[in-house]
Design a binder for this molecule. Structure first.
Ligand code: KG4
Ligand code: ZN
Length: 339
């Protein structure tokens, strides 16, 4: 049988993403971002995001269909992020997906945003091993996940007890005056800095700490205190060194715990997904540490790590391929949908 042709819609935060895949093959990845509209507020404003999704939805769907060179009538299904995310933003995507599914007479698949961040790697590196071991690091989540079946069963081994990794990047960037979003700005600055200039704390890495949980709030505070002390003394802030040293602490903790989880679970591979997986230092450190441990590393290209519609289409295609029951047309948008 032919591989399923699926269109996926993502609107959980500030990216309106529409992707089209055929099985594990990426055909289109159209993204309209409202990030510039949020920059002056220093963070995503939910109402602004919802309105931007509404305006961008139909043009972005058209762009994806054009890019893929497929007809909407040939689709085998429409998938959409049902949660977690911003309630109003999710609602725009879910409503649009229902309308397209109903008008075209296609099955609708509501999918989990976090599972999509993992499943997207099938477009890059082919079928995921089962169970899949994944480190998911984004603006809203930082978790180690073990998934026997990405369409129905994703189990958390550990998660952040306070800030998400991406949130820490965004907050530290604000302290350094680097603007929003912080992750890419810190990544750029860090290239010019010394990662060993300042030793920042590695949260929850003591012998009695939970092995697979994370904490980034202490690190964020330590960076803010260090910078404040410099300013109080009238000394210049070495922005590149602070960025590099902070980034080093995050990458160190994430990769150390992920490799430990792989060893404990006997996993021969590690998938890293979510916006923070676009970070160049995290990618390099994960590569080295996985190689040393004999673990195969799977990280999608940066554009597929940050929010996009292709990841939703990838999981939708997997649902179709596995014969999962489609969602009903009263599918709710659930801002706190668990994995
Ligand atoms: O997955 P994502 O696009 O949206 C959520 O689901 O949260 O992740 C967004 C987060 C933001 O906090 C952003 O600062 C971070 O990913 N991010 C990065 C990089 N690119 C995006 N963090 C570190 N380095 C990057 N290059
Ligand atoms: Zn995300």
């Amino acid at each position: 049988a032919d591989e399923p042709l699926v269109l996926g819609i993502e609107t959980s935060c500030d990216e309106t993403g529409v992707g089209i895949v055929r099985g594990h093959t990426l055909l289109a990845d159209a993204v309209a971002s409202s990030v510039d509209e949020h920059a002056r507020f220093g963070g995503v404003v939910p109402e602004v995001a919802s309105r931007a999704h509404l305006e961008a939805m139909v043009p972005t769907v058209r762009r994806a269909l054009d890019e893929a060179g497929v007809k909407a009538s040939d689709l085998d299904g429409i998938s959409v992020t049902a949660g977690p995310g911003l309630a109003g933003a999710l609602l725009v995507g879910v409503s649009a997906a229902k309308a397209y599914a109903y008008a075209l007479g296609k099955p609708l698949y509501g999918v989990n945003h976090l599972a999509s961040h993992i499943c997207v790697d099938q477009l890059e590196h082919g079928p995921l091993p089962e169970p899949t071991m994944a480190l998911l690091v984004s603006g809203g989540h930082s978790s180690l996940l073990l998934s026997p079946d990405i369409t129905s069963d994703v189990r958390p081994l550990g998660a952040t007890i306070d800030d998400a990794a991406g949130e820490a990047f965004d907050k530290v960037a604000r302290v350094l005056g680097l603007g929003f979003p912080g992750g890419p700005a810190i990544d750029r600055q860090a290239r010019e800095g010394d990662p060993e200039a300042i030793l920042f704390p590695r949260g929850l890495t003591g012998p009695r700490d939970p092995a697979f949980d994370f904490s980034f709030s202490g690190l964020k505070t330590a960076v803010a205190r260090w910078v404040e002390a410099r300013r109080r003394d009238g000394e210049p802030v070495p922005v590149a060194d602070v960025a590099a040293s902070f980034q080093e602490a995050v990458a160190d903790v994430l990769t150390r715990k992920a490799v430990k989880a792989c060893k404990e679970q006997g996993a021969g591979h590690l998938m890293i997904g979510g916006g923070v997986a676009a970070n160049s230092r995290l990618r390099a450190m994960a590569e080295r540490r996985c190689e040393d441990a004999g673990i195969v590393l799977r990280v999608p290209r940066p554009k597929l790590c940050t929010d996009n519609g292709a990841m939703v289409a990838a999981l939708g295609a997997e649902m179709v391929a596995r014969g999962r029951t489609p969602s009903a047309l009263d599918l709710p948008a659930d801002s706190s949908l668990p994995v």
